[in-house]
Design a binder for this molecule. Structure first.
Ligand code: ATP
Length: 236
């Protein structure tokens, strides 16, 4: 179980007057399910890239339990990510020419975190759970909803402590989007995974424990923090 502690984070890009993301302090508990929302350009993808180590932290601290991401080289961040993070992106990033099962097994095979036979059994189990009945079907012949369900199975196959999804329902129609969201929440819930989802989808957001809203790179609302404040006030 991994929790996040972010302090004094600032992400700036060249030609941008203000930081794309500025977060003085933010904590996410192990196993917490968090939505990150906000208008276009508010910093959601930047947030996702920082917490997964896809983007290097140059200013401030981003710590997942004992691992300080800002002090790791790119190669070490890549290794840490393949051991601990399952990713679901808007554009699935599946490999055409490979079957659903082969796609699901790919990140696990590369990171070698589990023996191949175990990985394959887990891959088949997850594909069944996401209702993919033909594991041998080439992914390029699947519907978009099916492709995203394969991507969900792939994100979970190594039993990562953290699952991060960037707009996982955005390129799907409403029904397929809800089906994917349900599966993501269900499977992450069963595994006790810390879940961070950037999304505009109201029906997804309202089912998570907490909502962090970003505007122009700043946290303008944090329902988790509000809840904690209310609990503290009650204790007085
Ligand atoms: N590599 C980069 N170079 C320069 N500016 C960048 C870069 N990446 C992001 N930005 C800028 O940082 C800001 C935040 O972008 P980000 O992609 O995080 O927003 P977002 O909330 O995910 O938006 P959307 O909902 O449209 O995907 C934007 O102003 C964007 O143009």
């Amino acid at each position: 179980m991994l929790g996040l502690s972010m302090r004094d984070l600032r992400v700036s890009f060249r030609d941008l007057e203000k930081p794309a993301l500025a977060v003085p302090a933010l904590d996410i508990r192990p196993g917490e399910k968090v939505a990150v929302t906000g208008p276009s350009g508010s910093g959601k993808t930047t947030f996702i890239n920082i917490v997964t180590g896809l983007e290097r932290t140059r200013h401030g601290s981003v710590r997942w339990s004992d691992t300080e991401l800002s002090s790791l080289s790119e190669a070490r961040r890549d290794r840490w990510r393949s051991a601990h993070v399952g990713l679901v992106m808007q554009e699935f990033y599946l490999c055409p020419g490979l079957s659903a099962l082969e796609n699901v097994l790919l990140p696990g095979r590369l990171s070698r975190v589990r023996p191949v036979a175990e990985l394959k059994a887990e891959g088949l189990r997850l594909l069944e759970r996401v209702e993919i009945s033909r594991p041998g079907q080439p992914v390029e012949t699947m519907s978009r909803g099916q492709m995203q369900r394969v991507a969900v199975a792939r994100a979970l196959v190594t039993r990562p402590a953290i699952v991060v999804a960037d707009e996982p329902t955005a390129s799907l129609d409403a029904d397929a989007g809800i089906a994917v969201a349900n599966l993501l929440l269900q499977l992450a819930g069963e595994a006790g995974t810390t879940l961070i989802v950037a999304s505009h989808e109201k029906r997804l957001i309202e089912r998570l424990d907490r909502m962090i809203r970003l505007e122009a790179g700043q946290v303008t609302r944090d329902t988790g923090a509000l809840q904690e404040m209310a609990e503290r006030d009650e204790a007085f």
